[in-house]
Write a protein that binds this ligand. Structure first.
Ligand code: CP
Length: 306
């Protein structure tokens, strides 16, 4: 039996595969019928162990639009909480459906699912990475800036799963990615090391700094994400204190290129990681960015299943 192709991290794609996916996403955005009924007679299970607005609804809409059927489940509706292993769960679900889209905690939970799955497993966000968000981000940047190679992206704030996906995806695409975080909330050093190896091949670069100006100065794209990701709400006060100087505010926009675009994967907390004047201001592309979740996920599902 052929091994299924999984989508757990942007670091697993080649540069050519990334371009192919983004081209397909652009095509389906321009002409929604371009992928036809690629998922006709396909069943896709969407399992969410954490809340979601964008990912859940855009995946369900994408599956339906491509002629497939989505089975949406919360993690606590499965037998996982009663001791069934992730491997056994994936083995059984592989007999019923054609793909698993999973939002979970540790990346290791996705890897254990792939051990049992004979169908593609798609990471719909883990504590480590958010590759579906990364795909939509890259589609949005390419759409707004005309290209990805050489584009300077400054990310301010928590070095979290979204930052990791921007590092992997940006490196692959030949972008210059600069992450500004306090030392206590910096991205994984291993991700930085791997992203740098990729960037060296593609002509891009990945820099991690504690200095906001190093990330923001001359940036073509400014990006931020919430300070307390799902599951970290209990420590939100301490996190806000540590990240206070990494807010995406008017001062950061002033440092960036005149035509900078401002991005946020949402949900946003105005007055915390981003000023209201910035997310609701003329540089913001966050609603187009959110829309692109639908188009990139259609392209991804058709690529993995079609
Ligand atoms: N950006 C994102 O993943 O949004 P949701 O958590 O609402 O899915």
């Amino acid at each position: 039996m052929t091994e299924p192709r999984h989508f757990l991290s942007l670091g697993q794609l080649s540069k050519e595969e990334l371009s192919e996916l983004l081209d397909a996403a652009d095509a389906v955005k321009a002409k929604p019928s371009s992928l036809g009924s690629k998922l006709k007679n396909k069943q896709v299970a969407l399992i969410f162990e954490k809340p979601s607005t964008r990912t859940r609804v855009s995946f369900e809409a994408a599956v339906n639009a491509l002629g497939g059927n989505a089975v949406v489940l919360r993690g606590d509706e499965l037998q996982l909480g009663r001791g069934e292993t992730l491997q056994d769960t994936a083995r059984v679900l592989s007999r019923y459906v054609d793909a698993l889209v999973v939002r979970t905690f540790a990346q290791d939970r996705l890897e254990r699912l792939t051990e049992g799955a004979s169908i593609p497993v798609i990471n719909a966000l883990s504590d480590f990475s958010h590759p579906c968000q990364g795909l939509a981000d890259l589609q949005t940047i390419r759409e707004k800036r005309g290209a990805l190679e050489g584009v300077a992206l400054g990310y301010l704030g928590d070095g979290n799963n979204v930052a990791h996906s921007l590092m992997f995806g940006g490196a692959l695409a030949g972008m210059n990615v600069r992450i500004a975080s306090p030392a206590t909330h910096s991205p994984s050093a291993e991700v930085a090391r791997r992203a740098n190896l990729t960037a060296a091949q593609s002509g891009g670069s990945v820099v991690v700094t504690e200095v906001v100006a190093e990330a923001a100065s001359g940036a073509d794209v400014l990006y931020t994400d919430v300070w307390a990701s799902m599951g970290q709400e209990g420590s939100s006060e301490a996190r806000a204190e540590a990240l206070e100087h990494y807010r995406l505010d008017e001062a950061a926009v002033e440092l960036a290129a005149d035509d900078v675009i401002v991005m946020h994967c949402l949900p946003a907390h105005r007055g915390e990681e981003i000023e209201a004047e910035v997310i609701d201001g003329p540089h913001s592309v966050v609603w187009d960015q959110a829309e692109n979740r639908l188009h990139t996920q259609k392209a991804l599902l058709a690529w993995l299943l079609g």
